[in-house]
Design a protein around this ligand. Structure first.
Ligand code: PAF
Length: 274
């Protein structure tokens, strides 16, 4: 299906969108169910995009090894009863010769979390979101809470660009052992998977620690004791993600972690205090 075909199918109605990069798991499917609910409440169609966005990968090997299985994904989405699966080509999203870059909101550049560890990543995420929202005429879009900074970036870019798109958060879905679901989990061997459980444990225990400084120390200790490499394990004000609780009193806060098990980079987060 091309973009004009998609718009023809939507028949002038805006949609509720679930943007994905495919290789769907139960986490995505819970976002799809959230979209279906919104679709029913507002009488508009639900659309999922599958697009492995080349501009958000700062490491070309990461893009090359990104897992893909379109047929399996389509089967999952059809089973959920989603109205349309749109799989745009790179040239449709980024027409050759057209500059699709957008200025970045502060939450995409200031927190020194994913912005620092994946330079260029949010440039790519922001441009693809603005393009997909436009191309699909999105009235709402669902984003998983697992990628907490991305969720805040999505909210901020919509505001900054003056787009009329409601951002709907979807709760993190976990494996029975606590590991947050991610397309990257398939790259974990048994030992790395066992190590990676330290992340959700750190989030849980950090959230229960009444002092935010102690919570940060505790999360780091839990991760390093499990031989994980910690990119960051911090407690921050939940929306701007720059300030610690002392710098931004009276707000809501989030424990945010990125750590590596073997070569696999994993993200998770949870409320502080719980
Ligand atoms: O979270 C993802 O899968 C991607 O970053 C997204 C939101 C689909 C943009 O390419």
């Amino acid at each position: 299906m091309t973009q004009p075909e998609l718009l023809g199918y939507l028949g002038g109605k805006p949609c509720v969108l679930v943007p994905t990069m495919g290789y769907l798991h139960d986490g995505h499917l819970s976002l799809v169910r959230r979209a279906k609910q919104f679709s029913q409440e507002h009488g508009i169609p639900s659309v999922a995009t599958i697009f492995v966005n080349p501009t958000q990968f700062n490491d070309p090997s990461d893009l090359a090894k990104y897992p893909r299985d379109i047929e399996r994904d389509k089967g999952f989405l059809e089973a959920e009863g989603l109205d349309v699966v749109y799989i745009p080509a790179v040239d449709e999203v980024y027409p050759p010769g057209v500059d699709c870059s957008v200025p970045l909101p502060d939450v995409a550049t200031k927190p020194r979390l994913e912005d620092e560890h994946r330079p260029g990543h949010f440039e790519g995420v922001c441009q693809v979101l603005v393009r997909l929202f436009e191309m699909c005429d999105a009235k709402a879009a669902v984003f998983g809470e697992k990628d907490w900074q991305q969720l805040q970036v999505a909210r901020a870019i919509v505001k900054q660009q003056g787009l009329d798109v409601e951002i709907l958060p979807g709760e993190t879905v976990r494996e029975p052992d606590g590991l947050a679901m991610s397309s990257r989990n398939v790259h974990l061997n048994e030992k790395e998977h066992a190590q990676a459980l330290a992340i959700s444990r750190a989030i849980r225990e950090g959230g229960r620690e009444p002092s935010w400084r102690e919570a940060e120390r505790l999360m780091k200790r839990i991760l390093t004791d499990a031989d994980m490499t910690v990119d960051y394990a911090v407690v921050r004000e939940a929306t701007g993600l720059t300030a610690n609780p002392d710098e931004a009193p009276g707000m809501t806060y989030r424990c945010v972690i990125t750590a590596r098990s073997g070569g696999v980079r994993l993200l998770d987060n949870g409320p502080w205090p719980v």
